[in-house]
Structures are given as structure tokens and as C-alpha cells.
Design a protein around this ligand. Structure first.
Ligand code: SF4
Length: 374
């Protein structure tokens, strides 16, 4: 990661995380600003702001809640995941990253009031319920760990919980300082996976497939449970052989019993993001593919293509990881039925994944009432 500048909100100065991050970045110019809103450019962001944002760090105070429900849409089946918003943006530069159309500040933001985050978590978790939370929705969980030490504080907190699981999701490999903090069944290390040719072309600055699989194997050897996300699945000529080989490499790299859940999600994004991607990367063939406007307002592959890709991945993954819970991320009941024969409702899917998170047998938690018949 090459940082050219650090902005620090005045309110962020007293926090331990601010001191820790600045101590680890000697020589990078630091400017103190009254509030992050001063960074918001008048008249909108410049076209190349995502590039600038990867080189500028903002240390800020999270004034809203850290804990938020993962945004779902009524038309699609949602798994009830919860998001810990510990930062915004990440130093990797995936061509398809949905944050390019979502963020409104040209910076990589770290929220430094970790003590407030821990307090909020303790309070909410004490009120009961079964929860799956993740730190990898608004950025990459591990990409800034060396700077922030965030997960080194979160893992012990989750290790004490009876019914909450933290998913640490990454395209990176820097997890070694976290391994001695476990194992605990309340923390799952997860990797997003794609074939090497997709990683090379569309996921610059991330770890190679081999490095991700090695990191997953190290986490499993340390006793942690694992999850994997084939999301976004990218269609290209030769996709089938490439994804087949990727699943085979995954199966050779980690013990099948370590995988708790595996998700599938085909490429999707809001229409303005397609224009933005093509402006930034004019040679991006993946963004120029023919797609349809789906009921949730996003561009998606035609449903026949999605069903074909999911069906093949399902076949290979169920053979290699028979005990893992396989699910589709934000897909329609129609596609679920064509891939799995049944479509759970959102509550049913959440129950199934909660059971997997807590290590309960699926038979207890997948009553027929969870499923809409095909
Ligand atoms: S790792 Fe995730 S958050 Fe980071 S650029 Fe890639 S898609 Fe975006």
C-alpha cells in the first residue's frame, strides 16, 4: 500500500488507534482537519477519485452506529447478515468494486473510536439473539489489520459470546498476528475467490489465489473455521474450466470439514457504476457484457446464465464440501428454485446459516416451512 497523505479529523486525535496508525506510517504527510466533510469536493468527485482514494488515508470518528443490517432488497432472498462498519473503502482496487459508486469522500477511511465499537457490540450482544456479523462489507477485513489492530481486539470479544459469530472476510493474506488469538468457534476466516485470470485482470493489489488458499490453510491449521465466497462470479469464455480448477485447488488446499458456508453471487452493479467502470478502465470486457436490469435496479447477467453458473459451481462444491452450507447471495426465488429445487424465505435462510454458524446440525434448522416448493 502506497499512501501519499493522511487526513486526521480533530475529534480523532485523542484515540489510541490514531496514535497506533500514525506511528506505523512515519514519513507520510499528516494534516489535521476540523471534520471529514471538508474533504467532500464541491461539484462532485473527480473522475479519477477512486485512484486518489487508494492513496489517501482518513482517520475519522464514527458518529453513527457501527452495527448495521446488511442492505437487502425485498425482491431477493437475504440472509440476515449484519455489518460492522469499521471503515470505508480499501487499498485493493477491484475493477467491479461497488464502493466506487457508493462512497462520497476521496479517501480510505478508518474509524478510530474502536472503544465505542466494542461498547456498542457488548451492549447489543448482551440483549440476546443469534448473530452473524462481518467487517468485510465496506472494505477488506484484513487489508489494514497491521495498521489498526482492529481484529486483534474483536476476536477476544467474540470468543466470549454464546451465540454470535464474527466473519473476517478478505482477498488478502496478512492474518498471522491473529492466529495465536484462537482457535475459537466464534470467529470464521473467509476468502473471496476467483480464478487466477480474473484475479490478475480484475482484482489488482489483492493476494493471488495461491496466497489466499495458503492463508486459509494456515487458519484451518490453527483451528479456525472457514468460509468462502465465489462472489462476484464473472462470466468469460472458458469460465467453466477456470472455476472448476479453482474449486479443485480449494478442495486440495483446505480440509473439507473446516468450511462452514460457501456463497455464490454473480456479477451485479447499479447502471451508473457500469459507466464509471468503463470510463476508468475502457478495456474492461467484463463490464461491457450484455446484462439485464433486474427488479432491484441492478444490472445482472440473464437468469439463464446465472442459473448455469450457479448450477455448475453447486455440483462441484457439494461434492468437495458436503458439510458446508451453500447459498446464493441476493438472488431471486426463481433462480434459487432452478438451482436448488426449492427457495427458502429470508428468515429460513438466516436460520440455516445461524445454525451453521453455531455448529448445529442442519436437520434441526431446515424445516420444510423454510422452503417454497418449486
Ligand atoms: S476487496 Fe472488496 S472493498 Fe476492496 S476493492 Fe475489492 S471489492 Fe472493493
Amino acid at each position: 500500500m502506497r499512501l501519499r497523505r493522511i487526513w486526521v479529523e480533530e475529534a480523532a486525535l485523542p484515540y489510541e488507534t490514531t496514535r497506533r496508525v500514525l506511528a506505523r506510517l512515519p514519513g507520510v504527510p499528516v494534516d489535521v482537519i476540523p471534520h471529514r466533510e471538508v474533504l467532500r469536493p464541491r461539484g462532485g468527485l473527480a473522475a479519477d477519485w477512486p485512484r486518489q482514494a487508494k492513496e489517501t488515508l482518513l482517520l475519522a470518528v464514527q458518529r453513527g452506529p457501527f452495527w448495521r443490517p446488511c442492505p437487502g432488497t425485498p425482491e431477493y432472498i437475504c440472509c440476515g447478515y449484519q455489518v460492522l462498519q469499521v471503515g470505508l473503502n480499501c487499498p485493493f482496487d477491484c475493477r467491479y468494486c461497488i464502493l466506487q459508486g457508493y462512497l462520497n469522500l476521496p479517501a480510505l477511511t478508518v474509524f478510530v473510536n474502536l472503544e465505542d465499537c466494542l461498547r456498542e457490540l457488548e451492549e447489543q450482544l448482551a440483549s440476546g439473539g443469534v448473530w452473524r456479523l462481518g467487517t468485510g462489507e465496506f472494505g477488506d477485513s484484513l487489508a489494514l489489520e497491521e495498521l489498526t489492530g482492529l481484529h486483534a481486539r474483536l476476536i477476544p470479544l467474540f470468543a466470549r459470546q454464546a451465540a454470535a459469530v464474527l466473519e473476517i472476510k478478505s482477498k488478502g493474506r496478512a492474518l498471522d498476528p491473529l492466529l495465536p488469538l484462537g482457535p475459537t468457534p466464534r470467529v470464521i476466516f473467509a476468502w473471496s475467490l476467483n480464478p487466477p485470470e480474473v484475479i490478475r485482470e480484475l482484482e489488482p493489489k489483492t493476494a493471488s489465489l495461491g496466497a489466499r488458499l495458503q492463508a486459509a490453510a494456515r487458519a484451518a491449521a490453527a483451528g479456525f473455521r472457514l468460509a468462502f465466497h465465489f462472489d462476484p462470479l464473472i462470466w468469460f469464455p472458458g469460465w467453466e474450466a477456470a472455476y472448476r480448477e479453482t474449486v479443485d485447488r480449494l478442495a486440495r488446499a483446505v480440509p473439507a470439514s473446516a468450511a462452514v458456508w460457501i456463497s455464490l453471487g454473480a456479477l451485479r452493479f447499479p447502471p451508473p457504476l457500469r459507466r464509471q467502470i468503463l470510463r476508468r478502465f475502457p478495456a474492461s470486457r467484463f463490464a461491457a457484457e450484455e446484462m439485464i436490469l433486474a427488479p432491484d435496479g441492478k444490472l445482472r447477467y440473464f437468469h439463464t446464465r446465472r442459473v448455469e453458473m450457479y448450477g455448475r459451481l453447486r455440483e462441484w462444491l457439494e461434492a468437495a464440501f458436503p458439510a458446508a452450507t451453500l447459498y446464493l447471495c441476493m438472488e431471486s426465488p426463481r433462480v434459487w428454485r432452478q438451482v436448488f429445487g426449492v427457495a427458502p424465505d429470508s428468515r429460513g435462510l438466516a436460520r440455516r446459516l445461524n445454525a451453521a454458524a453455531l455448529g448445529q446440525p442442519p436437520a434441526v434448522t431446515t424445516p420444510a416451512s423454510d422452503c417454497r416448493p418449486s
